[in-house]
Write a protein that binds this ligand. Structure first.
Ligand SMILES: [Zn+2]
Length: 195
């Protein structure tokens, strides 16, 4: 209960993007690990090494957690946001696919009053990534592995959200309300966008 009380106090309230706000299209997500093709040796020897290197990096993740156009919103949607906002809001239409940014194991899949439908994934470094306000509960269960690039849900407006958006959090090890701390994910998000 304590955790939920704390969390509710840090509730996320996104505001709608101002009219004419710049929108950005996230790159298409990489395919999940299980669906990766093997690189033929002939291709490796063909001088396409830089292209292959780039492709492998995209397949391994991290990848941007949305497939589709979105907006960074305003100051209030940023980390901090003048209101102890622990993540970055990515404003986009409800139903937009939410993509696992990095491979890892699901540690939370639940509904909370503030977060709505919430998914938390622990990555091998022990860091956690959280995806909130999902339209429906994520299909991956606690303990399941998810792969970078794998769709894990859809953008929604569940919990305390005034518009459709993905609220994305990055927590240091040992993770989300387990002793880690929330860090501004925007620099990482921007770097993943440019990959
Ligand atoms: Zn938020």
């Amino acid at each position: 209960m304590l955790r939920k009380t704390i969390f509710a106090a840090l509730a996320c309230i996104a505001v709608a993007a101002p009219a004419g706000a710049a929108t950005i299209t996230a790159p298409a997500p990489a395919r999940p690990a299980a669906d990766r093709p093997a690189w033929p040796d002939a291709l490796k020897a063909s001088g396409a090494a830089p292209v292959l290197k780039q492709a492998r990096r995209a397949l391994a993740g991290p990848v941007f957690p949305l497939a589709g156009r979105f907006s960074w919103g305003t100051f209030e949607n940023a980390f901090g946001g003048g209101r102890s906002h622990e993540g970055q809001d990515l404003l986009t239409g409800c139903g937009t696919p939410v993509i696992a940014a990095m491979s890892g194991r699901v540690t939370e899949n639940e509904f909370e009053g503030a977060a709505g439908n919430l998914l938390v994934v622990r990555v091998p470094s022990g860091e956690n990534y959280a995806y909130m306000h999902l339209q429906e509960p994520a299909s991956a269960k606690v303990g399941d592995r998810v792969s970078a690039g794998e769709p894990v849900g859809r953008v929604g407006q569940t919990g305390r959200a005034s518009t459709c958006h993905l609220h994305f959090e990055w927590w240091t090890a040992p993770g989300w309300y387990k002793g880690g701390r929330a860090v501004d994910p925007a620099p990482r998000l921007r770097s993943w966008l440019g990959r």
